[in-house]
Ligand binder design. Structure first.
Ligand code: NDP
Ligand code: X2W
Length: 351
């Protein structure tokens, strides 16, 4: 197949520049346009010296003709932006991968309640495919519009899926304690993300309700075949990248043969045996965020402490990679019939 022509809307943000970094190592794609309203005219390599020698492009203001001339457009923009621009691109046959939350929720009143604005194109939200390849690979292959999952939703859904699909746990009383690096909040200045406010400290936020809750419950409900109830508490970690989710669920039948530690381990290993980017670690492991830094990998570990009735799952991803830009590229590879791993094979940076 010929080289895919790609554009990125929102190229100065963290997920936009992560797309550029990853696509610089993908020989099936040429980035033709990268937009920023604030930096229009600035060479990409001037704003991001790490990309010197990789891109000759300049940022441009978003222009529908320039975007429509591409095969695929990534939206790495705040919510509300894609839904205004995507309908025309879709009508012109362009494939769109949206990293924002605009098309993730099927229930539009729920989206409007959590995002505090009217949805611009509910009809496209109904058509969009939720871009979690471990669940929707076949639909992704035939999709024109992908709603890339959020970062917390990716880590949390991948951790709970094997248990819910196998009917091993109660569907109410699920708990997710998750912590993210500060890049999860984007690149725009915010006082509570200043080094002096955030470093050497740890705190929860949005414990009373975070907008990722309905997205996670939507995905888990589909896996369980029935609505689920989750308590989700996000935390802010004084580091740049990474999400660590600690998940808790009650076993339906602690005495069942499928509920032993060995059976749970085997359940996870079988569920993800053919998944290139989900790594089930040996029993007793404690996955670290740095083991996935810059990669599309989710590392998981499952345990049943003291053989009591609670299952604990540990799940780590890089919020900018499997939680956003690398997963977006995984979706693109599937949509265009490429090797799913293309451009995504480098291991994490250590230390
Ligand atoms: N950071 C993360 O870990 C994750 C983020 N996401 C989602 O991905 C999206 C991007 O996030 P992130 O990269 O962190 O965001 P940033 O705030 O870092 O960057 C946003 C980008 O969008 C551009 N932009 C803002 N408003 C508009 C507009 N109205 N029209 C066109 N471009 C616009 C900005 O450039 P300019 O203003 O110059 O045009 C900038 O390049 C968000 O929806 C976020 O929720 C999803 C998963 C993880
Ligand atoms: C640390 C931090 O602030 N994280 C962000 C997660 C952002 C994100 O994932 O964006 P989406 O809403 O597009 O999924 C937050 O909690 O709002």
């Amino acid at each position: 197949m010929s080289v895919i022509k790609a554009a990125i809307v929102g190229g100065t943000g963290y997920t936009g520049v992560e797309l550029l970094r990853l696509l610089s190592g993908h020989n099936g794609v040429e980035v033709r346009a990268i937009t920023s309203r604030a930096e229009s005219g600035t060479p990409v390599a001037e704003l991001f010296p790490s990309l010197r020698g990789h891109y000759d492009l300049k940022f441009t203001a978003p222009d529908v003709e320039e975007l429509a001339a591409c095969d695929v457009v990534f939206f790495a923009t705040p919510h509300g932006v894609a839904q205004a621009q995507v309908p025309e691109l879709i009508a012109r046959g362009v494939r769109v991968i949206d990293l924002s939350a605009d098309f993730r929720l099927q229930d539009i009143p729920t989206w409007e309640a959590w995002y505090g604005q009217q949805h611009g194109c509910p009809e496209l939200a109904a058509e969009a495919v939720y871009g979690l390849p471990e669940v929707n690979r076949t639909q992704i292959a035939g999709a024109q519009l992908i709603a890339c999952p959020g970062c917390y939703p990716t880590a949390i859904q991948l951790g709970f899926l094997p248990l819910l699909e196998a009917g091993l746990i109660e569907t109410s009383g699920l708990i997710a304690n998750a912590a993210s690096g500060a890049s999860g909040a984007g690149r725009q200045g915010k006082t509570d993300l200043l080094f002096a406010e955030n470093n050497d400290s740890f705190r929860a936020y949005a414990a009373g309700g975070h907008r990722h809750l309905p997205e996670i419950e939507q995905g888990l409900g589909r896996a369980a075949g029935t609505p689920v109830a989750l308590t989700f508490v996000p935390h802010l970690l004084p580091m740049v990248r990474g999400i660590h989710a600690t998940l808790y669920a009650k076993l339906k039948d602690p005495a069942a043969a499928g509920a032993t530690q060995a059976a749970l381990q085997s359940q996870f290993e079988q569920r993800y045996a053919s998944e290139p980017f989900v790594d089930v670690m040996p029993a007793g492991s404690h996955p670290q965020t740095r083991s996935v830094k810059g990669t599309n990998v989710c590392r998981l570990s499952v345990m049943r402490p003291q053989d009591r009735d609670t299952v604990v799952v540990l799940s780590v991803i890089d919020n900018l990679a499997k939680g956003a830009s690398a997963q977006a590229i995984q979706n693109m590879n599937i949509m265009f019939g490429l090797n799913e791993n293309q451009g995504l094979e480098s291991p994490a940076l250590l230390p």
